[in-house]
Design a protein around this ligand. Structure first.
Ligand code: TNX
Length: 885
């Protein structure tokens, strides 16, 4: 339909143009001809699809590009070049048509016609097939960010023009949806979902299930306290902010914001800090609180610190009947209770990558809101990577001006090249590849986080994943050299211009590692760290740790650097390029330590260099006694590195569990081709973070990334266990929102929630009974029961409450399961309680379509469509059920 309309518009334009030509004759015709060396970009279309993932025994895939000319003039051979991004490595030898495809760097490609390519005539198309290692099973994997650069008759390049008519062929055949012969993971269908959800018998959550994450203990008392709209909140000194936040939250249920006061002795709600020591909250945690609801005397929240008071307030909001939020009223009957609560883990983190795709300050604040709502306390802010540097640093304007923008360029003098489909425009308004946080922006974020008891841990990813900074400092060097200031030009340079090292990073970059042998690199890092310190100080926000990345330094970096050769010769304890990584970390750690800042990093910071790219794990003894905190991430079930977290913790490192299999929220929720996300570690559904067992993670493994069942009793026999004495070295858990696929504003929210609620449950709630079972069959059975209860809490209560309190949050609404058999529709949903609505006339269900509550007869031959809706009428993906057998 859309295609038809476009064509129609095009031919209308054609007719109109011919008509004008007839009318005005000569001059206009001459003008039109001189301009018409090629069709405009909006008269080109591109179609791309996977032909098969089964080339070379399933190790390669073949896909095709079809470039069609809908214009009035031929697309000739010499005067155009097409650019795009594609995160697979096209084999240039496999390209079939007379075109050349070159990967310029990273995921950035150029496609040029060969001289013998016949012109693509109006109405014609060119089909090019290409092969690449690996496989592609999802729409999000498709090449993106297409634009064309035409040359005029004199060979001058015109401004790049976006090709927006791009179609990705659907993934329907098994050869398109299977990753190869070892792939046994089924593509979800309405019927498989229906079968999967059947065990989740819908049952309204009992009162104890009201608070997510589950508190340490809840004691119900008889009766209820009538909380009136004219209630006041009395607070002790130092708790004014917590009182205001609670008042704002309760306003949603009471229809009016309670007054906050220091003095009113008859206040309905009292906020207090416990006197030292802290027996009042029965625990030593600084985040502990006690919430008491007494039918007579009202509500008291006692916190060990102001953070505890804040969490007590969050729990009180959650404890109110959800009906009060649906229809604010006064009074609200608050059931009497005593909640004694403290988190299981000190570190409850969420990581957000804004380098690959930028997120606005507003979007970051929204994420902080949700983190605070579920008692997460650490925001790991991934500010830099190969594809972008997002923090303004005083005195180094190129960092953001060049390193913070992506757009069409072949020399990267002014900005970086496009990545992840960010397109030709370098403008932050036009591209999520561009943008950065000014000093004021960053301060704003810090203050916002602080008010919600969230610590911001910035990440400056070095020495690999550092291309944006390297290119930016090259631009700075050029500027100052042109100005004749050679000393200043060198001062912050991050590469050795004579480096001949040949390497390639995971994302395909051949130049993304800082030179760790130049003094200027360390000067650069100190400058950035001092900037961060200054910012955190100005906001009154702590900076206990800087995350230095340290991940995925490609093999071969520095091997061809004369500066490094010289440095190695001069430096004791550094015998070759292989020693440089550890040496660099030691130096950077000193820089941080002298400023009182701990060094956090990905797991690599705790490993011997040689282990980074292998399945072995030898903790690096040199840093164990320093304040170094590895974030363990790189596990794939069956991959051999599952025990890294325990090896590091047993060796004495303070470890954060950030495992890809359970906590990578950039992985797709499912294998469905339209469910966006990566899948190198498998598919990560909402249950995955819930099912994680921090002290015995092997119990979390059910299936390999290819879908093969895992027997946890035998599969991990060779893997190291967590020593009892090392339990305290597990600091906590963290979810990761990597940014490659966060290409649209609300994607971040979709990828974060509801998985974030499962993360919060596992990081805050006490260790569940099922996790301690040794019999794996019994464990799985009890875990399934616990999941059923939790899924019901989310669907019946917590997500409706979230919708009301944060109405603009676009969390994921899971697609329904459904079958039509013998003329009867049966449907269900992964989080029981969410509304499923359906149509039988082929139209897309809306918020007013009939709600499914029990099996319904459907007319023969009807097309049944279903969608899941939230309480505000927002719908998820449409599901179509085949009705003929
Ligand atoms: C691995 S995890 C990376 C990131 C990617 C991510 C995508 C880690 C420390 N490095 O650079 O964004 O996978 O899932």
């Amino acid at each position: 339909m859309l295609v038809f309309r476009l064509r129609f518009a095009r031919s209308m334009r054609h007719i109109l143009l011919s008509f004008l030509l007839l009318l005005f004759g000569g001059t206009l015709a001459a003008h039109a001809q001189s301009d018409a060396t090629h069709p405009p970009a909006d008269e080109l279309s591109i179609r791309w699809g996977v032909e098969t993932n089964r080339v070379d025994d399933g190790n390669r895939f073949r896909s095709s590009f079809t470039i069609a000319n809908h214009g009035d003039v031929a697309l000739g051979t010499t005067h155009w070049t097409l650019y795009f991004n594609f995160s697979r490595q096209i084999d240039p030898a496999s390209v079939t048509a007379p075109v050349r495809i070159t990967r310029l760097n990273g995921d950035f490609y150029r496609l040029e016609p060969d001289a013998d390519l016949p012109p693509i005539e109006p109405g014609d198309q060119l089909r090019v097939t290409v092969e690449a290692p690996g496989s592609v099973i999802k729409r999000i994997d498709a090449p993106a960010g297409f634009y064309v650069v035409f040359k005029d008759a004199e060979g001058r390049a015109r401004p790049p023009a976006v090709v927006s008519d791009v179609t990705v062929e659907p993934f329907t055949r098994p050869a398109q949806t299977s990753r190869g012969p070892g792939d046994t993971w089924p593509v979800p269908t309405p019927a498989t979902r229906y079968a999967d959800h059947r065990s989740l018998t819908a049952r309204p959550p009992d009162a104890e299930g009201r608070i997510v994450p589950t508190p340490d203990s809840i004691h119900r008392r008889p009766g209820a306290f009538a909380l009136r709209a004219d209630a006041t909140i009395r607070y002790e000194a130092g708790l004014a902010a917590e009182a205001r936040q609670l008042a704002a939250g309760l306003a949603a249920a009471l229809g009016r914001r309670p007054r906050t006061t220091r003095t009113d002795s008859a206040a309905a709600i009292t906020l207090r800090r416990a006197e030292a020591p802290r027996p009042a909250v029965d625990t030593a945690s600084a985040e502990a609180y006690r919430l008491t609801v007494d039918p007579e005397t009202g509500i008291t929240i006692t916190g060990a610190t102001d953070a505890g008071v804040f969490y007590g307030g969050q729990s009180l909001e959650a404890w109110l009947p959800v009906a009060a939020y649906r229809a604010p009223s006064s009074p609200v009957d608050v059931p009497a209770v005593q909640v004694l609560d403290a988190p299981r883990f000190d570190h409850r983190g969420l990581h957000l990558d804004v380098a690959r795709n930028m997120q606005s300050v507003a979007a970051v604040k929204r994420l902080l809101d949700i983190m605070a709502f579920y008692k997460l306390n650490t925001f790991h802010f991934h500010l830099t990577d190969d594809e972008g540097w997002r923090l303004a640093v005083e005195g180094l304007p190129e960092l953001t001006r060049v390193g913070g923008r992506r757009g069409h360029t072949l020399d990267e003098q002014a900005h970086l090249m496009p990545s992840y489909g960010s397109g030709p425009s370098p403008s932050p308004e036009a591209s999520r590849g561009s943008g950065w946080y000014s000093r004021a922006d960053y301060l704003d974020i810090l203050r916002y986080a602080k008010a919600r008891h969230i610590t911001v841990m910035p990440e400056i990813d070095v020495p690999g994943h550092a291309r944006a900074a390297i290119q930016a400092m090259e631009a700075r060097t050029r500027r100052l050299r042109a100005a004749g200031d050679t000393a200043a030009a060198r001062a912050y340079r991050l590469r050795d211009p004579a480096d001949t090292s040949d390497y390639e990073s995971v994302q395909g970059w051949d130049d993304n590692v800082m030179n760790v042998c130049r003094p200027s690199t360390y000067r650069f890092l100190s400058t950035v760290v001092d900037e961060l310190r200054g910012l955190h100080e100005a906001a009154g926000a702590p900076l206990p740790a800087v995350h230095v990345g340290g991940d995925e330094v490609p093999e071969g970096a520095w091997a061809g650097s004369p500066i490094c050769d010289d440095y190695i010769a001069r430096t004791e304890g550094v015998d070759g390029a292989d020693d440089l990584f550890g040496h660099f970390l030691g130096r950077f750690q000193d820089t941080l330590a002298t400023r009182g800042i701990a060094m956090a990093g990905w797991e690599e910071v705790g490993l011997e260099e040689a282990d980074h790219r292998s399945a072995t794990t030898t903790p690096n003894e040199a840093l164990v006694d320093d304040d170094v905190q590895p974030y363990v991430w790189s596990n794939i079930w069956g991959g051999g590195t599952e025990d890294r977290a325990y090896r590091l913790a047993n060796a004495g490192y303070d470890v954060v569990m950030a495992q890809a299999t359970n906590f990578y929220f950039d992985m797709a929720y499912s294998k469905h081709p339209r469910e966006d996300g990566y899948y190198w570690a498998g598919f990560v559904d909402t249950k995955a973070p819930f099912a994680f067992v921090p002290f015995d993670l092997y119990k979390s493994a059910d299936r390999t990334r290819m879908g093969h069942p895992i027997d946890p009793d035998t599969a991990f026999a060779d893997q190291v266990r967590l020593a009892d004495t090392a339990r305290n070295n597990i600091r906590g858990l963290q979810g990761q929102l990597w940014g490659e696929t966060l290409r649209k504003p609300d994607r971040m929210e979709y990828m974060a929630v509801p998985r974030l609620l499962s993360l919060a449950e596992r990081a805050w709630a006490p260790r569940p009974g099922w996790a301690t079972l040794d019999d794996s069959g019994a464990l799985r059975a009890r875990r399934a029961e616990a999941w059923t209860a939790f899924a019901n809490r989310l669907g019946h209560r917590e997500l409706p409450r979230l919708s009301i309190r944060h109405p603009d949050w676009s969390y994921r609404l899971p697609p329904p399961g459904a079958t039509v058999e013998a003329g009867t529709l049966r449907a269900n949903v992964a989080l029981p309680g969410l509304a499923v609505r359906y149509t039988t006339d082929g139209t897309r269900p809306t918020a007013t379509s009939p709600r499914y509550t029990a099996p319904v007869p459907v007319p023969e031959g009807a097309t049944v469509r279903l969608r899941t809706f939230d309480t505000l009428g927002r719908g998820g993906r449409t599901v179509t059920v085949p009705t003929s057998p």
